[in-house]
Write a protein that binds this ligand. Structure first.
Ligand SMILES: Nc1ncnc2c1ncn2[C@@H]1O[C@H](COP(=O)(O)OP(=O)(O)OP(=O)(O)O)[C@@H](O)[C@H]1O
Length: 661
């Protein structure tokens, strides 16, 4: 390290030089070190007076000093012990230890009582400014300018009152090369010694080393905190274990998944956390990495199904260090699969349209069913809205956040239905996935399984289904593992299951299991008022109110018997929209079969409804059309408001919104 040479010129020589400089005379050759001379020139330029007797440097007030110390808090904290060590070394010699900030403001002074009093006499006190600009040539100020350790002895000081001193100072740099402060040892001139500077340099370097260590430690801690936050923000849990399987780190989600306390789990062995598992042995003995291995654990009487993956951690030089294990709940994965596949319930109970008393009752029963977790059986002809209702029940139930999985038991070949419902283990049959696959029951875990066309389920499958409904556990085809499932079943059929039982096509015990909460959705022909309402509502939604049915067309559609129910009604509406040229759909735009059947109705084949039913429907429709505004509904019906009120009460009609006068 480059330092200024010490004691080169003698005291007398320097004094002669100082006086010549003060008087503006030529300096005797070699009288003053060039560094010092350059400093004197700067001091003169700054307007400092060498003979200035009572030096009065600005001293920071208490608050300003507090702020300066606060800004250098890290430096002070680290330099503190070093300053005290230095003080121990110079104790009793009359020397003072000082630390300045990067601007030359003294932050701390250490010395015994006598030397502190002496320091105070030359204003070497906390808060005083020892920059060259203020205090003239001195070691602290010069070290800041020269950016290196400096010793200034006696008359080398620019201000005469400081000629009695010898100062040795070394700057303290941070990792980026910025000067954080200066460490200084000042004492009586007669005691000047080159070793003092060496000691100051060593102390300054010790502070720098410590500062760097703290910076690195802080950075490592910051990174580790960031990593921890990132790991904890992930849904998957993560475990880091050493080569022998002892837990080094456990993320918060992993602890939550496994029901463990993060602190106490650290250091435990994998086999303590997971019990005896083949993958643990394979991983630790043979280093076998794996992906999405299914693990079943029992925690406080709760069965957990997890998907685990493991990867080795290998460092270039040190070789295998351990393993990272990620964990995710199998149910979470199913949920993702459902979302991607679109197996979600899209409809609400409010999507079940209709103003008839019968459909009101259906909605009410569905609402009640949604409040419970019981198995529901929905019966009704094809196209009456059984699946729509199942969606609505799921979405109105506490399971709405879970999956809604639908299986059409009538549409899947007999041979595949079992594996479709219960899944299969790897290699269970030819063509099966090597890894095996979960069935619909597992996929619906935490949600609802909709078994459509349950009446078409083969008899031999019915026994297995009954078992699952009773035990709430499945065993995959070709496997022996018992997998618990938390599934609410909604079954639907267009068949009369009691008759199927009587004919030996359906197991009576299964029917009793299913027939807990039964909802019958009536066909459209039993609720003719809904036909008009559905047509009007659907065409309005479909065309934004631009198109409508002519009175005759509507009349004909209302007389049609709708064997295909609402599904057919939707199809007919589409056909009409396609056929009609203008905004009004006329009789001639109706599909021929509808027209024919409806025409026949005019010849006495139509469903004849009692007057009271027609009146009830007219009132209900008017109320819906008026959006619950009864004055408007009364106007549409051509009756007075009190009469309307009375009829609403007597027919028990439910209004779309709270009553508005
Ligand atoms: N009350 C209703 N309000 C509005 N749309 C309905 C209503 N009922 C049924 N739909 C519609 O009719 C179509 C058939 O409904 P869904 O599939 O639910 O009937 P389903 O009884 O399950 O039929 P299937 O027995 O043939 O499976 C769907 O597009 C559905 O949205």
């Amino acid at each position: 390290m480059r330092t200024s040479s010490v004691f080169a010129p003698s005291h007398a020589q320097v004094l002669a030089g100082w006086e010549a400089f003060r008087d503006g005379r030529e300096l005797p050759p070699g009288a003053v070190r060039p560094t010092i001379l350059r400093s004197w020139v700067r001091c003169r330029k700054a307007g400092l007076e060498p003979e200035q007797l009572g030096r009065m440097p600005p001293i920071l007030d208490r608050e300003a000093l507090r702020q300066a110390r606060e800004q250098s808090a890290a430096l002070l904290a680290i330099a503190g012990p070093v300053l005290r060590d230095l003080h121990d070394i110079v104790r009793g010699t009359g020397f003072i230890i000082a630390l300045t900030d990067g601007h030359g403001v003294v932050l701390e002074v250490l010395g015994d009582r006598q030397s502190l009093a002496y320091a105070a006499s030359i204003d070497l006190v906390e808060g005083s400014d020892w920059s060259e600009r203020v205090s003239g040539t001195n070691a602290m100020g010069l070290a800041l300018i020269e950016r290196r350790p400096v010793q200034v002895v006696g008359c080398e000081h620019y201000l005469r009152p400081l000629h009695i001193l010898t100062c040795s100072a070394a700057p303290i740099f941070d990792a980026a090369g910025e000067i954080l402060g200066v460490l200084d040892v000042t004492g009586p001139r007669d005691l000047a010694h080159a070793h003092t500077l060496g000691m100051v340099i060593a102390a300054a370097r010790a502070v720098e080393r410590q500062l760097r260590l703290v910076t690195v430690t802080n950075e490592v801690e910051r990174q580790s905190r960031t990593l921890d936050v990132a790991l904890n923000a992930m849904r998957d849990g993560m475990l880091v274990v050493d080569q022998r399987g002892h837990v080094l780190q456990l993320s918060a989600p992993a602890a939550a998944l496994l029901g463990l306390d993060r602190q106490s789990a650290a250091g435990s062995h994998l086999s303590e956390l997971f019990g005896p598992q083949r993958w643990v042995t394979d991983l630790l003995r043979r280093g076998l990495a794996f992906q999405d291995e299914e693990i079943t654990l029992t925690r406080e009487e709760r069965t957990l199904r997890l998907l685990a993956s493991a990867r080795p951690i290998a460092a270039e030089r040190e070789g295998l260090q351990g393993f990272v294990i990620t964990l995710r709940e199998a149910r979470e994965v199913s949920r993702l699969v459902q979302r991607v596949r679109g197996d979600v319930a899209r409809f609400e109970l409010t999507d079940v349209l209709g103003i008839s008393e019968a459909i009101h009752r259906v909605r009410q029963e569905a609402q009640r069913a949604a409040a419970s977790d019981l198995t529901v059986l929905i019966i009704g002809e094809s196209g009456t809205g059984k699946e729509l209702l199942a969606h609505g029940i799921h979405n109105a139930s506490r399971r709405r956040g879970g999956p809604f999985v639908a299986v059409n038991c009538g549409a899947i070949p007999k041979s595949l239905l079992e594996s479709e419902l219960f899944g299969y283990e790897g290699g269970a049959f030819t063509g099966a996935d090597r890894q095996g696959r979960p069935g619909k029951f597992e996929l619906a875990d935490g949600g609802t399984l909709f078994l459509d066309e349950i009446g078409d389920m083969p008899l031999e499958m019915q026994a297995s289904l009954l078992r699952v409904l009773q035990d709430r556990r499945v065993v995959r085809v070709g496997g022996s593992r018992v997998i618990p499932v938390d599934v609410r079943v909604i079954a639907a059929t267009h068949r009369d299951l009691h008759r199927e039982v009587a004919e030996g096509n359906f197991r009576a015990d299964l029917l009793y299991r299913l027939d807990v909460l039964t909802i019958r959705v009536p066909p459209l022909r039993e609720r003719p008022g809904d036909v008009r309402f559905l047509l009007e509502t659907l065409i309005r939604r479909r065309t934004g109110g631009r198109r409508r049915f002519s009175d005759e067309a509507m009349e004909a559609l209302c007389h049609y018997h709708w064997p295909g129910n609402v599904r057919e009604l939707e199809n007919v509406l589409e056909k009409c929209l396609h056929m009609a040229e203008g905004d009004v759909i006329r009789l001639r735009d109706l599909p021929p079969d509808v027209l024919e059947a409806a025409g026949g109705a005019g010849e006495g084949k139509a469903h004849v409804a009692p007057i009271s039913e027609l009146e009830r429907e007219a009132i209900a429709r008017a109320c819906w059309q008026a959006g619950g505004n009864l004055a408007e509904a009364a106007r549409l019906l051509g009756i007075s408001r009190p009469t309307l009120y009375r009829k609403i009460r007597s027919y028990g009609i439910r209004l779309p919104r709270p009553l508005r006068a």
